[in-house]
Write a protein that binds this ligand. Structure first.
Ligand code: ADP
Ligand code: ZN
Ligand code: ZN
Length: 681
């Protein structure tokens, strides 16, 4: 027996590692990166060994003894711990709060699960994979050039694969993956590739592509839709190196991949790479750091890159590989037109938010047997109901938000706090029985279209219609099989999907984002419109006629954003946005962090933020005034925020570290949290 001190990171808000005594048996040596069961605050919890020492700063009688080192699991690598440590420091969180929550629950359970069990299953699952190799289309010249550049890259070179929608970026990724795996065969050094996608709904499509292309390779998938048992299997396959390809959503960036040789981030601009609660990390940013740390290539793919990435390209820090045309022969980018809802003569007739011009275009598609997609980023039937007689409106009693009408369920629902109630029979204030829905949600559009086109096959895809596991996939499959004539959907349908028979995209209500208080709104709207437009016209144009079409309904047809969308000109628009950002001192020319506070009373939250602003010296940092959040109240809690800014990232980082140390012991009834590089401010 030999005694040592284990330094253990625990999932606890205290920003320290904890010391435990351990008596190692003969021949057994605990290692850094192993998991360990320890007593902590009257409980038993699993922690991560981050150091092994002979002595502790604490007196011996204060030390507790660790209960069990989980020997069965091969240790997490120093590189993985370094990644977690970086994320912890960058986002100002304790290491344990970053490292542990990302591990499968079963590994963190007090009761050990036998991994032998799980590992056998894995071997079986591996051998049961009997996909057959699919056809490999011949790369076009642009794809070939990009693929060759990537094949010649073995070191950290951040590369933007900038390709218009439908330009065949996936095919370039697959070639890059094939290169990495082929190299493993040559030099015998194990290789793994991590592919990130923004949406859980896009994993099956890419997964099928990948499995078909690499039938002999084990592919692990990691996303929030997995059951715990499955998640353990896939996580283990990545961790022990069996899975050569790991495909996942943002959470997969923290997966353990000891042989990682390349990272691909598809649709790198997508907001879903940003985690919006708990540890508010950017999976894309962590991916770049991870690739840098390992000195491996990283590919960021997009038709509408984030302005952060674009600025890196302009400044020469990232390489740009470009695909300017659609990959499918004779497939061309759709023609984008605007429908002016304010036009006087002839006046546009609008039925429940859908213009006559758009309806005529849908009718044309129905006659030709082609598909249409109507895009509206608002689920439910109507965003609010109101009373004409007295002006009553369906406010949520717990939030500064409206209750959304869900007509089919006969309910009003708050999309922020989840509060539900029956639709009132009469106005609660004046008794008027004629309450009216205001505005449109996807359900109302669906109902309206059923009325106008009773024979059309109409499908709605949004968070409400796809609550059941697998239902989103079924819905997308039906669209691909041509069983749907008109597809109505929210942003869920706007990204990534390769719909082949879709020749019309209608955008119903983009206007609110044109004049938002959020300086990122136009970047987002532009990307969203380019992306949703990109779903149309992905097949060869028939007989040289009938180009695919995108019709955008708007009251502001002269807005410059639409001019750029019409000509599919990302470059110019991005350049203009960046110039605005530079002049206004916004990111990416400024680094920001947001301190949020919430409490029953707004004043409590504001008082805390004022105290926080005053509590340490902040030379070189701009500390703005604390303000209530735009949506102040959610679920009976008031929320306020304080923005700090600095043109230097290291200076901001140094400040944040000191600031957090000063804030943690501060007494307040407000709950608070810090977000680094906030996106919604
Ligand atoms: P992106 O991700 O750039 O929007 P995809 O990767 O979805 O585009 O490709 C669009 C379509 O083009 C897919 O249906 C794909 O099978 C097809 N495609 C890709 N490369 C080629 C090629 N070299 N020749 C023919 N078709 C291709
Ligand atoms: Zn009323
Ligand atoms: Zn609410």
């Amino acid at each position: 027996m030999s005694e040592c001190i284990l330094k253990v990171a625990l999932d606890s808000p205290l920003d320290i590692s904890f010391d435990y005594l351990w008596q190692a048996e003969e021949g057994e040596r605990p290692e850094i990166g192993q998991l360990v069961l320890v007593p902590f605050a009257h409980r038993e919890v699993v922690g991560l060994i981050v150091g092994i020492e002979t002595e502790s700063d604490l007196p011996r009688d204060k030390l507790k003894t660790a209960l069990a080192v989980r020997m069965q699991l091969p240790p997490l690598s120093p590189a993985w711990i370094a990644l977690c440590r970086f994320a912890a420091e960058y986002y100002q969180r304790p290491l344990g709060e970053v490292a542990l929550p990302g591990l499968p629950k079963n590994l963190r359970a007090v009761k050990t699960v036998s991994l032998d069990k799980a590992i056998k299953k894995l071997a079986k699952a591996g051998s049961a994979q009997t996909a057959t190799a699919g056809d490999t289309p011949r790369l076009n010249d642009a794809q070939q050039t990009a693929a060759t550049s990537l094949a010649n890259t073995r070191e950290f070179v951040p590369t933007l694969l900038y390709g218009v929608t439908g330009s065949g970026k996936t095919e370039v990724y697959l070639h890059a993956v094939a290169q990495v795996l082929a190299r493993e065969k040559e030099d015998g050094i194990p290789a793994q590739v991590l592919i990130l996608v923004p949406e859980i709904n896009l994993t099956p499509q890419l997964e099928a592509n990948v499995r078909q292309r690499f039938p002999e390779v084990m592919v692990a998938t990691l996303h929030s839709g997995l059951a715990e048992g499955e998640r353990l299997l896939h996580w283990l396959a990545a961790h022990n190196g069996q899975a050569r390809i790991v495909l996942g959503t943002r959470l997969a960036i923290l997966s353990s991949m000891p042989h990682l040789k390349m990272i691909i981030v598809d649709e790198e601009h997508d907001p879903s790479y940003k985690q919006q609660e708990g540890l508010r990390y950017s999976a894309r940013d962590l991916a770049v750091w991870r690739a840098h740390q390992l000195n491996i290539p990283i590919v960021l793919g997009s038709a509408t890159p984030s302005l952060e990435t674009w600025q890196h390209v302009l400044s020469g820090r990232y390489r740009k590989l470009e695909l300017r045309e659609r990959a499918v022969q004779d497939a061309v980018l759709p023609k984008v037109g605007l429908i002016d809802l304010e036009r006087k003569a002839p006046r546009e007739v609008v039925t429940d938010g859908i213009s006559a011009s758009l309806l005529a275009a849908v009718r044309k598609r129905l006659e030709r047997g082609e598909q249409s997609l109507l895009f509206l980023n608002r689920r439910g039937y109507a965003p609010v109901i109101h009373c004409d007689a007295c002006g009553w409106i369906s406010n949520c009693t717990r939030c500064s938000a409206f209750m959304v009408l869900h007509k089919r369920d006969r309910r009003l629902r708050c999309h922020h706090c989840g509060l539900e109630q029956r639709i009132p029979h009469a106005c609660p204030d004046c008794g008027n029985v004629d309450l009216k829905p205001l505005g449109q949600g996807t359900q109302r559009v669906e109902e309206t279209l059923h009325g106008i086109f009773p024979d059309a096959r109409i499908m709605r895809i949004d968070a409400d219609s796809t609550r059941l596991k697998g239902s989103a996939q079924q819905a997308f499959d039906a669209v691909h099989r041509g069983e749907v004539d008109i597809l109505i959907g929210t942003q869920m349908v706007a990204k990534g999907h390769d719909f082949r028979n879709l020749t019309l995209v209608g955008v119903l209500n983009p206007d609110t984002a044109l004049f938002s208080h959020d300086y990122r709104a136009s970047e987002r709207l532009f990307a969203q419109l380019m992306q949703v437009a990109g779903r149309a016209g992905r097949a060869a144009q028939k007989d040289g006629g009938n180009p695919a079409e995108v019709l955008i309904q708007t009251r502001f047809p002269h807005h410059p954003l639409f001019a750029a969308v019409r000509v599919h000109d990302y470059d110019t628009f991005a350049g203009e946005l960046l110039e605005e950002r530079r002049q206004a001192n916004f990111p990416p020319f400024m680094y920001q962090a947001l301190l949020r506070a919430e409490a029953r009373e707004l004043q409590t939250a504001l008082d805390f933020l004022h105290a926080a602003a005053a509590c340490i010296d902040h030379d070189g940092i701009t500390v703005n005034d604390p303000i209530p959040m735009t949506m102040t109240r959610v679920a009976n809690v008031d929320r306020a925020q304080l923005l700090v800014e600095c043109p230097s990232r290291p200076v901001l980082q140094g400040f944040l570290k000191d600031w957090m140390a000063a804030l943690r012991p501060m007494k307040t009834r407000a709950r608070w949290s810090l977000e680094v590089d906030p996106v919604d401010i």
